[in-house]
Design a protein around this ligand. Structure first.
Ligand code: XMP
Ligand code: MG
Length: 185
């Protein structure tokens, strides 16, 4: 696959739309309803988004969250510029407030091999005694799983293909697309 050039990377003939903007927004509302129900008895929720990929998803999701929430961000890297998980999770920024006794929701764009979230959940539970800890992912590439991770809220199950858009990138491109697509070869 060749890299998209900045002047052409929006052209629809380069991408097949896999999930439309409407598909995504409809499902996010449903996920928010599920999350609101699950945390209905919480006084406060700490939402931790895993950057970079989850920035769009978390921004849209939290607009529908009715539990009083604080939003935190961590940054982990694993994919590099390729299209397969490196298996090497690089913590770029893990700074967080104390999560002791808190209800916590991790928000991630996609779970693939599970290595990234397995690492992060392990890290969190070894350092913080949360009151509860749940995980929301927009996309679940179930077939690719190498490490078991409990996903509490999943948007869509997707096949083992490389997806871009709506926060997901290929070599840094496509994150700004409002839909999720597959790059045509
Ligand atoms: P793992 O394999 O650790 O992967 O579960 C999690 C991270 O890998 C990235 N990822 C993707 N990025 N298209 C992308 O643009 C994809 O199809 C894809 N699959 C995984 C993503 O950053 C995620 O946080
Ligand atoms: Mg990525």
């Amino acid at each position: 696959m060749t890299l998209p050039s900045p002047s052409t990377h929006y052209k629809p003939d380069q991408l097949d739309i896999h999930l439309s903007e409407e598909d995504i927004q409809t499902r996010i509302r449903e996920m928010a309803d599920e999350i609101n129900k699950a945390f209905a008895n919480s006084e406060k929720l700490i939402i931790i988004a895993v950057l970079k990929g989850s920035f769009m998803f978390v921004a849209d999701l939290i607009r529908h969250i009715k539990v009083p929430s604080q939003i935190e961000f961590v940054r982990l890297a694993s994919y590099g510029d390729g299209q397969t998980s490196s298996g090497n999770v690089k913590p770029v920024d893990l700074s967080l407030p104390s999560l002791s006794g808190e209800d916590v929701l991790i928000v991630e764009d996609i779970i693939d091999t599970g290595l990234t979230l397995h690492f992060f959940m392990d890290y969190l539970t070894s350092l913080h005694h949360t009151r509860s800890l749940k995980l929301a992912v927009l996309l679940d590439k179930k077939e690719a799983r190498q490490k078991e991770v409990q996903v509490d809220f999943a948007g869509f199950t997707v096949g083992n293909q490389f997806l871009v858009g709506y926060g997901l990138d290929f070599a840094g491109y496509y994150r700004n697309l409002p839909f999720i697509g597959v790059v045509k070869n």
